[in-house]
Design a binder for this molecule. Structure first.
Ligand SMILES: [Zn+2]
Length: 99
């Protein structure tokens, strides 16, 4: 991949020397042809999170509605931090059933 130009995903600064970190904003850069990326991608694809991601795309609007409901429910809950965690578990369970 010599000569190929990369850009920081955060600030779009050009990365000509395959810097590990963006010299402009300090964002950590993972190159798509690197071992680190390939391993992360493999782990991601094997984890079921890829399927969960597709599921999330389809149900984005539903989740927005659910989020509003959860917000109301959250007012009645003692811990507001519990709501997002509960949503996450529901998503994972639904994804496992449907795919
Ligand atoms: Zn940057």
């Amino acid at each position: 991949m010599e000569g190929q130009e990369f850009y920081c995903p955060k600030c779009n600064h050009s990365l000509v020397n395959r810097e590990s970190f963006c010299p402009n904003c300090g964002q950590k850069i993972i190159y798509t042809d690197s071992v680190e990326y390939q391993e992360a991608l493999k782990a991601y694809q094997n984890s079921g999170w890829a399927k969960t991601g597709k599921f999330l795309e389809k149900t984005g609007n539903t989740m927005n509605n659910a989020g509003n409901s959860m917000q109301k429910t959250g007012e009645n809950m003692t811990s507001g931090c519990t709501a997002p965690f509960v949503i996450l578990i529901i998503i994972v369970i639904l994804a496992m059933i449907l795919f």
